[in-house]
Design a protein around this ligand. Structure first.
Ligand code: ADP
Length: 214
């Protein structure tokens, strides 16, 4: 199935764009949402995380203590590796399950660290970057989450810089501080139409010609 990898730094507007694409008929597979599901109370990753990190990693409700995990993973690369070794294979399984069931015009994989992982770049037909300036990212994420600018800065410094992400893009949606939600929606609509067209051309190409086979 024709596939788009949708990426961008934290607060760039990926989730917003993906929501519209889904409404317009794409199948959206959101790896961040899958990760949140796995680490909810009773989530599939919780038993292994509890065993690896102990009760300190578990919040009062039985889900992952995200603030603790974030601080711990940033401070200790080995802890980050252990976290990823538990969570990544489970994300991969869920992605494959959802991809097998995907209908729709085309599939959109929302992957925050797509540019950072070569595997994802090979997997998708096109990479679309939602581009945003760092000051606006800090402002949006602060308003959404209440995280301090320092905490947001630490998350951003673990992500690829803006230029690296742009260099990997086939398509760019601009969503900087001067972009209204309406302008974001219009750009998203433009790309949706062109991807749906590419997806249908691909379908036509893949149908065997009548009489060409046994
Ligand atoms: P991401 O998924 O990349 O982290 P989101 O799509 O969640 O980013 O966007 C971050 C926040 O900023 C959300 O609350 C979203 O509604 C808001 N937002 C994104 N783009 C705009 C925009 N152009 N104008 C106003 N608010 C925006």
């Amino acid at each position: 199935m024709f596939s788009i990898g949708l990426t961008g730094g934290i607060g760039s507007g990926k989730s917003q764009v993906a929501q519209w694409l889904g409404q317009w008929g794409a199948s959206v597979i959101d790896t961040d949402e899958i990760a949140r599901d796995l680490t909810r109370p009773g989530g599939q990753a919780m038993a292994a995380l509890r065993q690896a990190f102990g009760e300190v990693a578990v919040a009062a409700d039985g889900g992952l203590d995200r603030a603790w995990m974030r601080a711990h993973a940033f401070a200790d690369p080995a802890a980050r590796q252990r976290l990823e070794a538990i969570v990544h294979p489970l994300i991969e399984q869920a992605v494959q399950r959802q991809a097998a069931q995907a209908g729709g015009a085309y599939v959109v994989y929302v992957v925050p660290l797509l540019v950072e992982t070569g595997r994802w770049r090979q997997r998708v037909d096109r990479v679309c970057v939602v581009d945003c300036d760092p000051d606006t990212q800090v402002r949006r994420v602060g308003a959404r989450s209440g995280l301090t600018p320092e905490a947001i800065g630490r998350i951003m410094s673990a992500q690829a810089p803006r230029e690296t992400r742009l260099a990997a893009a086939d398509d760019v949606i601009i969503n900087d501080g001067a972009t209204s939600l309406d302008a974001l929606r219009q750009q998203s609509w433009h790309f949706h139409q062109s991807w749906a067209r590419l997806a249908s051309q691909r379908l036509v190409r893949d149908i065997p010609k009548i009489g060409s086979s046994v």
